[in-house]
Design a protein around this ligand. Structure first.
Ligand code: GDP
Ligand code: MG
Length: 595
């Protein structure tokens, strides 16, 4: 019965306790056996558990009884980070309500505000909850007031819990049943329709779509299709999440479950697509978006012997993450690799880390960049994804780059530091306003490129970690940038090539040369390190040669013999230099790219 179903998400800023609350809900509803329970149960990936972040969303169906009436509660645990906001928006579109969880010791954060706006625009019922009330430094009253202002609600509507101790969680479950509406359902005989909010891939069942059924029902043997992918399939199996997949005879309008499609082409499915009947299709759900990579980097295996393995690792990862793209490329120094696109910096970090960890391949990762739109003098317009493809200044008529709209929430005491930092990163601040008792919000726009110049670390340090930042992609704007090349022994090293603001070219060029001079191991010959931009050498340093005292053991008379040895060494050095290859160890790339 759809009347007894509640579909909901937990939305929260990172670390406010979403996964911990999900654990308590799983325990209270006895969804997971006590002996199998472990912390952050829904974060199944090793990397998620270690770093304490949710990367992949995870739905779960729970059974619950209130006053002897049985209910089915479907929870979708969503990733909190902004890189994954599109996934969050799709899972919100699959439910009727959201628990808005706010850490009482931190208060409302920038991401909380964005999530609330998103939930509201989708018409969700929001249950405001203050978490971590067990903490001695919880500012429960102050945080409650912030929630009242943000949501325009009564203070009495706010629930207070500790996801850690479990206090208040049984009451929260009751309120989920009471306050959230049951799903609106269609006629049972309606043709089926379901929203895909996630998927997985299995080599023998193909694409397994995670869906919210909105119309009709789906069962084994049905002839359906993916609307936007325009791909037909016969349903192999349907079922629910316990959180493991458990087959069921049918999933009906109002329910959340999975559909085995047997489609063996993983690239066909996208989050946000709609499943419809192949003969009698209903219209698709609105809001479908192709994931759009905004950060690009060239990724090479440290050893070229691993190239084929890296290729297969990329294909394997794509089965669980359709949001990143890759394309083969070759570099004079680094060999064969892949130019890859990601949703953001965290997304890139996660993919790189998973390749190292799950596939054991060491990588060289070039300085990440955004895509630049170049209008050439001859009128041609092209998108450039790699700094080494960036044209010479005389060929360019105009460059445009992607900008974001952002919102910072900061303690008043850190406001001036935050504003200064924003200015250093070329932000255009549009609104500054008071939030709650002691905080301010700052809204504006800035180039995405600036986020990659250590922005997040600096924001943390100017606010002692108390400022939070949220953003969304906005549009392309004109950019005053140039390419900066770093040459080692007269060879440009493409992994060090960067696009920088023209007025920072000098500073950045000198900084990189100094840094490289510091971290590059010396060789038997002198290595020239140079920064070149806008047609001239900006900085240059020579890394002195290692002196190997070949004649040292010949003390005493025989001068001619010593001369001979020196001459031989000189020839050797010359030869090495002619070979021209300076071996740049992996750690040097890592140190340089970290900035
Ligand atoms: P998420 O990022 O929103 O999923 O947050 P987590 O559930 O991973 O929690 C972040 C941290 O806060 C973890 O160290 C939790 O143990 C801790 N935490 C979560 N809820 C509570 C709570 O009610 N009280 C206390 N003291 N700590 C909590
Ligand atoms: Mg989590």
């Amino acid at each position: 019965m759809a009347d007894n179903i509640r579909n909901f998400c937990i939305i929260a800023h990172i670390d406010h306790g979403k996964s911990t609350l999900a654990d308590r809900l799983l325990e209270l509803t006895k969804t997971v056996e006590q002996r199998k329970m472990r912390e952050q149960y829904l974060d199944q990936m090793e990397l998620e558990r270690e770093r304490g972040i949710t990367i992949k969303l995870q739905p779960v169906t729970m059974r619950y009884a209130l006053n002897a009436v049985p209910y089915t509660l479907n929870l979708i645990d969503t990733p909190g980070h902004i890189d994954f906001s599109y996934e969050v928006s799709r899972s919100l579109a699959a439910v009727e309500g959201a628990i808005l969880l706010v850490d009482a010791s931190q208060g409302v954060e920038a991401q909380t505000i964005t999530n609330v706006e998103l939930a509201r625009s989708l018409g969700l019922v929001i249950i405001p909850v203050l978490n971590k009330i067990d903490l001695p430094h919880a500012r429960t009253e102050e945080s409650a007031k912030e929630l009242v202002d943000l949501l325009h609600i009564k203070k009495e509507d706010i629930l207070k819990i500790s996801a850690k101790t479990g206090e208040g969680v049984p009451e929260l479950l009751e309120e989920v049943v009471r306050r959230l509406p049951s799903p609106r359902v269609s006629q049972i005989q309606s043709p089926p329709r379901a929203l895909i909010f996630d998927f997985e891939y299995s080599s023998h069942q193909g694409i397994i779509a995670y869906v919210r059924v909105s119309d009709g029902g789906i069962k084994k043997g049905d002839e359906l299709k993916l609307y936007f992918a325009d791909e037909k399939f016969t349903v192999g199996e349907v079922g629910i999440f316990t959180p493991a997949l458990r087959p069921a005879p049918e999933i009906l309008s109002g329910q959340i479950g999975y559909v085995v499609t047997n489609i063996k082409k993983p690239e066909t499915v996208r989050v946000g697509d709609t499943i419809v009947s192949s003969k009698n299709p209903l219209p698709a759900f609105p809001g479908y978006k192709e994931p759009k990579p905004v950060v690009f980097s060239s990724i090479y295996p440290e050893s070229q012997d691993d190239f084929e393995e890296l290729r297969s690792a990329f294909f394997r990862l794509r089965l669980t993450d359709s949001a990143f793209s890759f394309e083969q490329e070759a570099d004079a120094v680094l060999g064969r690799g892949f130019r890859s696109g990601f949703l953001g910096m965290l997304h890139m970090e996660i993919v790189v880390e998973r390749i190292r960890r799950e596939f054991g391949i060491n990588l060289v990762v070039a300085t990440p960049t955004v895509a630049y739109e170049i209008t050439y003098r001859n009128g041609e317009v092209k998108l450039i994804y790699s700094p080494s493809d960036f044209p010479e200044e005389h060929e360019i008529a105009k460059v445009r780059e992607p900008w974001i709209k952002f919102e910072v929430l900061t303690p008043q005491s850190a406001l001036s530091g935050v504003l200064q930092l924003l200015q250093e990163h070329r932000a255009e601040v549009s609104v500054t306003s008071v939030f709650g008792e002691r905080r301010m919000t700052v809204a504006g726009a800035m180039p995405i490129r600036e986020l990659m110049r250590g922005f997040f670390d600096q924001l943390k340090s100017v606010s002692q970690g108390y400022a939070s930042f949220n953003y969304e992609w906005s549009d392309m704007k004109e950019a005053d940038v140039a390419r900066l090349n770093i040459l080692v022994a007269d060879e440009p090293v493409s992994a060090f090539t960067k696009i920088v603001a023209k007025d920072q070219v000098e500073f950045e060029g000198r900084r990189m040369v100094e840094k490289l001079h510091e971290v590059l191991p010396r060789a038997l010959f002198v290595i020239k390190i140079q920064a070149v931009a806008r047609g001239r050498i900006i900085a240059s340093r020579a890394l002195s040669a290692l002196k190997k005292d070949v004649a040292g053991y010949l003390y005493g008379g025989d001068r001619t013999r010593r001369m001979k040895l020196w001459a031989k060494q000189k020839r050797g050095k010359k030869k090495l230099k002619e070979l021209g290859k300076v071996n740049i160890p992996h750690e040097v790339f890592v140190k340089m790219i970290k900035g």
